[in-house]
Write a protein that binds this ligand. Sequence first.
Ligand code: PAF
Length: 282
Amino acid sequence: MQLIETINEMSQVATAAVRRNKTIAFVPTMGFLHQGHLSLMAHARGLADILVASIFVNPTQFGPNEDLDRYPRALESDSQKCRDQGVDYLFFPQSQEMYPDGWQTTVNVSRVTANLCGKNRPVHFTGVATVVLKLFNIIKPTLTVFGEKDYQQLVTIRRMVKDLNLEVDVVGQPTVREPDGLAMSSRNVHLSTEERRSALSLSASLARARDMVAAGARATAPIIADLTSFITNHPHTNPDYVSLVDPETLEDLNVIETGALLALAVKVGQTRLIDNCILSVS
Ligand code: PAF
């Protein structure tokens, strides 16, 4: 595996690969890699000739009071994990090179980012879409693999690719969970033992909602009320949102007709966690 720090070198390697008709799979990350990231890499490895991963803690997707400084970093052990997954090139650019003095262009994917995390994190998805487009332009991937845990991010990237006619296939991969159900996240490391116990209320809510829908519940307000009180009965929890939305537009639903995305964001102590699942009506 080759480590690449500069945009110029990464871009040259990618251009040479494209000229040789090689396909490139790309997995963007912010590092502190866990099994969730590794499963994206393992899947991507089988889909293309060349596998590129990136590690870049992107400052533009963090709001002023968010956890940019607290975001965990571990480049050395991350490199080893990427090597073990068969990554060919690990790109880890510097912030100053990605956002040099004078940069001013952003990508705003407007409607699918308006609800859910976009409501309380106004700059987040513009930061994500902007950095992902920059990375696509540098790495020139044939396909990219994103986790379904960040469902709104996946929908946003799919929308950007469609709207801007980018020639990249966007592949979604299921959420990877700890044996007790907690969705894997780089932020889980911040949870105390008691907070971690409370964090299980997120995945338990998904199961609870599935049972309610299987038992015939269709109106969303009572399901949301039930899940909100279930979560807040666990110590240290403070839901940001518990929402049932259309899986494509991400707009709120009043009634589940064919299916819905259940999306949760909950602060557990100081740590903001998200989880989601599709609820299908058969
Ligand atoms: O999901 C993430 O880790 C980030 O949002 C991404 C896609 C790497 C962009 O910074």
